[in-house]
Write a protein that binds this ligand. Structure first.
Ligand SMILES: O=C(CO)[C@H](O)[C@H](O)COP(=O)(O)O
Length: 251
């Protein structure tokens, strides 16, 4: 039976484990996506039940609307300042806890919020754990101005990294461009594998029309991987991680 994101037991387990890390008085970043949405619901329920006083910054309009509808107080990042912890989902997590994010198109705000956080906690199901990043198409947020120029420069950068002849696709919603919360467009880079994420991140960041790419390198401190049986595995950065342990357990 196909499970809706709300009832996915692996995502729910990861979300609950992350919410258990929250303490009264914390300043939190709230991620975006189906797993993050489950976390927001769990967080709101716990805050209500325990009377927690929390200050939260959201990584997207969608998360902001959801959190506020559940009674969580959302402020702008600049009002809150430095955050204790951000809890967010991911599209891929590698053994070094490098990530691909942006499947939901929110990676620009997600990266800013993660950068403003003492700790970034990623929550995911086992299908997100990979040996090497790149199977999931890498989202790159680009300005609308000079869009085709930026796409050409990205293709050239990929060729320089021996990643030529890959699809660099304009993300659409129906037949119209998918527009981010910041009013930009997204290119999805179908790379299959990313042998050198650091070199790719550097090359993309050097292209003028690129606003932000979905590689999160060295930002995630802890990944909590929920499993379909409701248990979790916690991966800590710099720990000796055996991604094989989790491979193939996706739901
Ligand atoms: O980066 C993201 C949004 O920009 C999400 O965290 C990522 O796409 C994972 O989403 P989901 O939990 O729905 O699988």
């Amino acid at each position: 039976m196909t499970q809706t994101p709300q009832t996915d037991p692996a995502k729910l387990a990861a979300a609950r484990a992350a919410v258990a890390l929250v303490r009264d008085g914390m300043k939190l970043g709230l991620g975006t996506g189906s797993t993050a949405a489950i976390m927001v619901r769990e967080l709101a329920a716990r805050a209500r039940a325990e009377g927690l006083s929390l200050r939260c910054a959201a990584t997207s309009k969608g998360t902001c609307d959801l959190a506020e509808s559940l009674g969580l107080s959302i402020e702008s990042l600049d009002e809150i300042g430095w955050l204790d912890m951000t809890i967010d989902g991911a599209d891929e997590v590698d053994p070094d806890l490098h990530l691909i994010k942006g499947g939901g198109g929110a990676h620009l705000r997600e990266k800013i919020v993660a950068a403003a956080s003492h700790r970034m906690v990623v929550i995911a199901d086992p299908g997100k754990v990979v040996e090497q990043l790149g199977t999931f198409p890498l989202p790159v947020e680009v300005l609308q101005f000079g869009f085709e120029t930026t796409r050409t420069l990205i293709r050239r950068a990929l060729a320089d990294l021996d990643l030529g002849d890959r699809d660099v696709l304009h993300r659409l919603k129906g037949s119209e461009p998918w527009v981010t919360d910041e009013g930009n467009w997204i290119l999805d880079l179908h790379l299959d594998c990313i042998p050198d994420p650091v070199a790719l991140a550097r090359a993309l960041a050097a292209i003028p029309g690129v606003v932000e790419h979905g590689l999160f390198l060295g930002m995630c401190h802890v990944a909590i991987i929920g499993k379909p049986d409701g248990t979790v595995v916690q991966l800590d950065r710099n720990a000796d991680i055996d991604a094989d342990m989790l491979a193939g357990e996706g739901d």
